[in-house]
Write a protein that binds this ligand. Structure first.
Ligand SMILES: [Zn+2]
Length: 262
């Protein structure tokens, strides 16, 4: 992003988000500087290829918390199926020490994520999203993952490790797979974070989530109780309503707000 544009956008918007809870963290109800944006603020940068033709997913994990390859393989597949990136989507893994003690808040996640970003989210023609895998727990230890701004996610491996279901159905691997796709779904703007779906599929009591238990954006996929709510097979794909929202955003038939570039 050019300096002028960064400077201009800095003054344009202070973004406010209300009535989101759960895996977004309470702090999102506070004012967030526009530079970091809100989850979904870089959705079009992914869905379209006008300005950003390649994408990097930066994975920063503490020793012992590297995500399973099945999670990143699945994420790559899901991203490639919805995002227009003619120059490709790649992963960049780094082992890091976040040096954080105690439980994590959304502010902690945002701060440590930005401290460790290898590049800014928008650089040249490359979009970069980041997933951190820290040790420790979120302040609400029933939360498995959080999307804290337009480019930053955390997944809490210690919580995921104990979120499997009875008889290991779903397994820890299933949970990690699904939560990874779920949180990235929030960066894509799902559900109704930066647009209004023409279809009524947002859960009434869990804003920003799907009411379809066959969608990876189903509200329970963020919760440590998911193994008790969804038996057997966890959803790990966007459903038709999610996919139609994304394609409508991409082709302009659905109005998209709060984007960090235009
Ligand atoms: Zn969620």
């Amino acid at each position: 992003m050019g300096k002028d544009r960064a400077k201009a956008t800095l003054f344009v918007l202070m973004l406010m988000m209300t009535s989101l809870s759960g895996c977004f963290g309470d702090e999102l109800s506070d004012l967030i500087p526009e530079r970091k944006g809100i989850p979904g603020g870089l959705a079009l940068a992914c869905l379209r290829a006008d300005a950003y033709t390649s994408m990097v997913v930066e994975i920063d994990y503490e020793p012992g918390y590297r995500p399973m390859s099945s999670s990143t393989d699945m994420l790559l597949d899901r991203l490639e199926s919805v995002c227009d990136k003619p120059d490709g989507i790649t992963f960049d893994f780094s082992e890091v020490s976040f040096g954080h003690e105690g439980d994590w808040t959304a502010d902690d996640v945002r701060e440590k994520a930005w401290d460790n970003k290898d590049s800014s989210p928008l650089e040249g023609s490359t979009l970069t999203w980041q997933i951190i895998f820290p040790s420790g727990y979120y302040e609400d230890d029933s939360v498995l993952g959080v999307a804290v701004d337009a480019s930053s996610i955390a997944l809490f491996g210690d919580s995921i490790d104990t979120a499997n279901g009875p008889f290991n159905r779903p397994s820890v691997e299933d949970v990690e797979n699904s939560v990874t796709v779920h949180e990235v779904g929030h960066l894509l703007g799902l559900v109704n974070l930066v647009y209004q779906s023409p279809v009524d599929h947002e859960d009434e009591t869990h804003k920003g989530h799907s009411n379809n238990e066959d969608s990876v954006m189903y509200w329970a996929v963020e919760s440590a109780d998911l193994g008790n709510i969804i038996f057997g097979t966890l959803p790990n794909e966007f459903d038709d309503d999610d996919l139609n929202d994304l394609s409508g955003m991409a082709d302009g038939s659905i109005k998209v707000t709060d984007q960090l570039w235009s």
